[in-house]
Write a protein that binds this ligand. Structure first.
Ligand code: GUN
Length: 281
């Protein structure tokens, strides 16, 4: 079997075309969606991600503001900066690029962002709403994964989803979203015993553990759907957490890296920003 590709790049492009039209429509009503991104410090990966977010906003017609701060900024100063954006009527979404320097509490920063502008979906109020299935901002990467599975018309009801990784940004919420879609969800992580036996039980395997080529064909049930959320750089080349070449011979569907989940994350951020702006109408 050779897996069909879950092409995130293509779906992202399709969604961004629609978003552009939605933004045009809002703009004719004098609502220009606005996203503010705060970048603290000089982390090269964060700089790349932030640049990509800005470019995507520009292409969609979303007003974007980048606020760069030195890594010597105090927590108090950063919280004050967020408060200004909370009050700013031209800003619908606020995102503080993570990670932030260790002397600042990540939780304090996340909780400072007004829940109605939390387009990352990281605020405890929005996480709570996600858990109970209420309408709210969904975290962008997990939201993108679910959209890809739906686009490919992969049935989720009653399926055994195994999530490898338990981060607050990806692992935990992607399991919750798939539970909301009536899947049966198992979480595995670095301390799971017999992890590779568990992954072999998955109808749908989501891998977000941050280790290059961690999952190979032996860890995958024949015909499983495999979603690789990892982005690792090995010898200057991007690779995922899944060994693409071996797993593609065993899975029914597989996401490539790059061109899989990655392009969907930013797209869902744009989607959340536009959703937030719509509330201004
Ligand atoms: N750093 C890595 N991924 C993300 C994300 O989705 N949002 C924010 N704010 N920071 C990140």
């Amino acid at each position: 079997m050779t897996a069909l590709l879950l092409n995130g790049k293509e779906l992202a492009a399709k969604k961004r075309e629609q978003l552009k039209k939605d933004v045009e429509h809002l703009t004719t009503k004098n609502v220009v969606p606005g996203l503010a991104v705060i970048l603290v410090g000089e982390d090269p990966a964060s700089q790349t991600y932030v640049k990509a977010k800005q470019k995507a906003c520009e292409q969609a017609g979303i007003h974007s503001v980048l606020i760069k701060k030195s890594d010597t900024i105090t927590e108090e100063e950063l919280l004050a900066e967020i408060e200004l954006l909370n009050q700013d009527k031209s800003i619908d979404g606020i995102l503080v690029q993570l990670p932030i320097p260790k002397h600042i509490s990540e939780q304090a920063v996340i909780e400072k962002i007004a829940p109605e502008k939390d387009v990352d979906g990281f605020h405890p109020i929005n996480i709570g709403k996600m858990m109970t299935g209420e309408d709210t901002f969904l975290p962008c990467t997990p939201y993108g994964v679910v959209e890809m599975l739906k686009e490919a018309e992969i049935d989720l009801v009653g399926k055994h989803v195994v999530v490898v990784g338990r981060s607050n940004i990806v692992g935990k919420p992607v399991g919750q979203l798939l539970l909301n879609e009536h899947a049966t969800v198992t979480y595995c992580h670095s301390r799971t015993k017999n992890l590779r036996e568990m992954t072999n039980l998955a109808d749908i395997l989501i891998v977000a553990i941050g280790r290059p080529n961690f999952i190979n064909a032996e860890d995958v049930k024949p015909g499983a759907v495999v979603v690789d959320v990892g982005i690792n750089r090995v010898d200057g080349k991007l690779c995922g957490d899944v060994d693409f070449d071996s797993v593609k011979e065993k899975a029914s569907y597989l996401t490539p890296v790059p061109g899989g989940v990655g392009p969907m994350t930013i797209t869902m951020l744009l989607e959340n920003t536009v959703q937030s702006a719509r509330k201004r109408l």
